[in-house]
Structures are given as structure tokens and as C-alpha cells.
Design a binder for this molecule. Structure first.
Ligand code: GRF
Length: 192
């Protein structure tokens, strides 16, 4: 990404709840924010995040995931139309193809609720608790064609208590996610 010259246009890709989307929107509304959320795309018609975008008057689009190629081509067209500089995946439950990443040609970030490279994939908190880990956390990383891989931009830890269960751990980690995602975006925008 070229050096910071005015606000960067961000597209957020979601599949569900949208709590990270909410935190990014909130951050982007700060007076001196370096980015603006221009577009929200969801592969799930019922994603709560679409309603959140609507409320904030952000252009949002459900794109049916009939197949990867179709979804990605339609997304690429929109990303171009809205001059998107950076994609943020926030609870987006599909893996983007190598071709999509190459065609978009600008950075793509993802947030994952573990201390990557540990606990890639689904059911993270359950696995972490089951393995009696002492720490967990959240990671923001660059997306490549492999699942939850790619360069780490920011990672933050949280201590796991003996009393923690999946639900309480998820809550703790989510709090960290909401804090580090905007920070990671700023780091990427200002350091590249
Ligand atoms: C978050 O835990 C994120 O790390 C993971 O999916 C969840 C999405 O939550 N990739 P939300 O939709 O942002 O509330």
C-alpha cells in the first residue's frame, strides 16, 4: 500500500454477527480517523452485520455464495467501483482464492481469535480450553491463500483463568479483537 495520503477506503467482508464491524465503524467515525468504511459485503443474507451497516448508512451488499468464482467476481467489481484500498475480513467464513487475492492486488486483513499460528480454523476457544492453555488472545494478520496464515500485524494475549469456559473466554478475546483490529489497520496504513 502506498504511503498515507488522505483517508483509506475499507471494505469489510462478513458472514454474521458483525461486532468487529461495529468496532471498526465506531473507530472510523473519529475525527482524525485514517480510514473510512465504504462497503460491507456478506455471503449470508441474514448476517446481523448487514443491518449494522444499514444503520450507519454504509453501502452494503449481500452476494450469494453459489460458488467461489461467482462470489469473488461480483465482489471484485464492487471493490473496484468503491475504490477500496484495503479489505478487512471480520467473521467472514470463506477462504478467498489465490486468484482473488492477486486480482485485488491490495492488502487484505483478517482477525482470528487465537494466538496464531496456534489454533487455526474453527472452534478455537473450545480447543484452547480443552488443552488447558494458560493464555489465548487475538491476532490480526495479512490474508494469503492458506487458512489463518500470512504475516502477523498485531497480536494480543489474555490470561485464561481456571474458571473460564468457552463463553467467558470468547467474551474476553472479543474485547481484545475490538481493540486491536483498528490498531492493526492504522499500523498497516502508516507503515507501508
Ligand atoms: C470473531 O471472533 C473473529 O475473530 C472471527 O469470527 C468472529 C466474528 O465475530 N474470525 P463478529 O462477527 O465480528 O462479531
Amino acid at each position: 500500500m502506498e504511503k498515507y495520503l488522505g483517508k483509506k477506503n475499507i471494505a469489510v467482508l462478513i458472514s454474521g454477527r458483525g461486532s468487529n464491524l461495529t468496532s471498526l465503524i465506531k473507530y472510523s467515525k473519529r475525527k482524525k480517523s485514517l480510514f473510512e468504511i465504504k462497503l460491507v459485503i456478506s455471503n449470508n443474507f441474514n448476517a446481523k452485520g448487514l443491518k449494522i451497516a444499514n444503520k450507519s448508512k454504509i453501502k452494503n451488499q449481500y452476494i450469494k455464495y453459489s460458488n467461489k468464482k461467482n462470489f469473488e467476481n461480483r465482489s471484485l467489481k464492487l471493490l473496484k467501483k468503491y475504490n477500496i484500498d484495503l479489505i478487512c475480513l471480520a467473521g467472514f467464513m470463506r477462504i478467498l482464492s489465490k486468484k482473488f487475492i492477486k486480482n485485488f492486488s491490495k492488502p487484505i486483513l483478517n482477525i482470528h481469535p487465537s494466538l496464531l499460528p496456534k489454533y487455526k480454523g474453527l472452534n478455537t476457544h473450545y480447543k484452547v480450553i480443552k488443552n488447558r492453555e494458560k493464555f489465548s488472545g487475538a491476532t490480526v494478520h495479512i490474508v494469503n491463500e492458506k487458512l489463518d496464515a500470512g504475516k502477523i500485524i498485531i497480536q494480543e494475549k489474555v490470561r485464561i483463568l481456571k474458571s473460564d469456559i468457552v463463553k467467558t473466554l470468547e467474551k474476553k478475546v472479543l474485547k481484545i479483537e475490538h481493540k486491536i483490529y483498528p490498531k492493526a489497520i492504522i499500523k498497516l496504513i502508516t507503515n507501508y
